[in-house]
Design a protein around this ligand. Structure first.
Ligand code: SAM
Length: 280
C-alpha cells in the first residue's frame, strides 16, 4: 500500500474503449487493498489489460448490503477500497448508492474518481442538451408503466436522457413518438466508444423507421437523448427564463407582475404559467 487515504474510492471505468480510464483511476486501482465490483471476471479483464494485480470482491444488487458491510470492516482496519461497476460510473443505473450511503454513515470518507458515463458521453455528442437535462436511465419494462412514465416526463422542461436495452429500444422509441410532442428531436447513441459507434440525430417521428432500416441499428447498447419540449405557445423561451428566475425569488403574483413589466407579455398569461411552473 502507498500512503493513500483510508477511504472508499468510487472509480469510473471505460464504457467500451479500454483506453478511456484516467491516470488517477489506474493509480488508485493499483494502490488500493481491494476492488469491489459487479462482476469480478469483467473487472479482471480491465485490470489485466493494465497489468494491475489486486484482490476483488463481488458487489452486485443482490448482495450489496452484505458486501458493503465487508467494505466497512476493511475500512475500519485502516484499508483502502475501490468500488467499480461493469462499465462507466458506479451508482449511475448501477449498484453503488447503497454502499456509498452505508460507508458514509459509518463515518468513512468517499472519494469520487470521475470518468466515463454513457449518459454524459451521449449528451456531449448529441448537440441536443443546451441547458437542462433530466437523466431518466431505464424506463419500466412493462408497457403500461413505461407509457405512464413517459407521459409524466412529457411536460418536463428539459432534455431527457434514457438508457435502453437492444431488445426494447424499438418499443420504447415507438412510445416516445406516441407520447411526446412531434417537434422534439432524438439522438440515438449506440455502442459509444466501440468499433460500431453510431450517433444519429433525427426528428423523433423518424426514429422507428431508422431503427427498422438495418438490423444493426437495433444491436448493442443505447442511450437515447430527446430534446426539450418546444416553448409553450405564446411564450418565448426568454420570457419563460425571466419568469422562472423571478419565481425562484418571489411569490407567484409578484413574479408574474414583474415579468410582465420586464417582457411586455400579458400579466394573466404569465400568472397562469407561473402557477404551472410552481406546481411542477
Ligand atoms: N454506470 C453506467 C454509466 O455510467 O453509464 C451505466 C450502466 S447501465 C447498467 C448500462 C446501460 O448504459 C446500457 O444498457 C446502455 O443503455 C448504457 N450504456 C453503457 N455503455 C454504453 C455504450 N458504450 N454505448 C451506449 N450506451 C451504453
Amino acid at each position: 500500500m502507498t500512503d493513500m487515504e483510508n477511504a472508499l474510492y468510487v472509480v469510473a471505468t471505460p464504457i467500451g474503449n479500454l483506453g478511456d480510464i484516467t491516470l488517477r483511476a489506474l493509480e488508485t486501482l493499483r494502490s488500493v487493498d481491494l476492488v469491489a465490483c459487479e462482476d469480478t471476471r469483467h473487472v479482471r479483464h480491465l485490470l489485466d489489460h493494465h497489468g494491475i494485480k489486486v484482490p476483488t470482491l463481488a458487489l452486485h444488487q443482490h448482495n450489496e448490503n452484505e458486501a458493503a458491510e465487508k467494505l466497512i470492516r476493511l475500512l475500519g482496519e485502516g484499508r483502502c477500497v475501490a468500488l467499480v461497476s461493469d462499465a462507466g460510473t458506479p451508482g449511475v443505473s448501477d449498484p453503488g448508492a447503497r454502499t456509498v450511503a452505508a460507508v458514509r454513515a459509518a463515518g468513512f470518507r468517499v472519494i469520487p474518481l470521475p470518468g466515463p458515463s454513457a449518459a454524459i458521453a451521449a449528451m456531449s455528442a448529441s448537440g441536443l442538451v443546451d441547458q437542462r437535462f433530466l437523466f431518466v436511465g431505464f424506463l419500466p419494462a412493462k408497457v403500461g408503466a413505461r407509457k405512464t412514465a413517459i407521459a409524466e416526463l412529457a411536460p418536463v422542461d428539459a432534455a431527457l436522457v434514457f438508457y435502453e436495452a437492444p431488445h426494447r429500444v424499438m418499443e420504447t422509441v415507438v412510445d416516445l413518438v406516441e407520447l411526446l410532442e412531434p417537434q422534439r428531436e432524438i439522438v440515438i447513441a449506440r455502442e459509444l466508444t466501440k468499433m460500431f459507434e453510431q450517433i444519429e440525430r433525427m426528428p423523433l417521428a423518424a426514429a422507428p423507421a431508422w431503427l427498422a432500416a438495418d438490423a444493426n441499428h437495433q444491436r448493442g447498447e443505447f442511450v437515447l437523448v430527446v430534446s426539450a419540449p418546444p416553448p409553450r405557445e405564446g411564450m418565448d423561451a426568454e420570457t419563460e427564463r425571466v419568469l422562472a428566475a423571478l419565481l425562484s425569488e418571489l411569490p407567484v403574483k409578484q413574479a408574474a407582475k414583474l415579468a410582465a413589466e420586464i417582457t411586455g407579455q400579458p400579466k394573466n398569461a404569465l400568472y397562469a404559467r407561473a402557477l404551472q411552473l410552481k406546481d411542477a
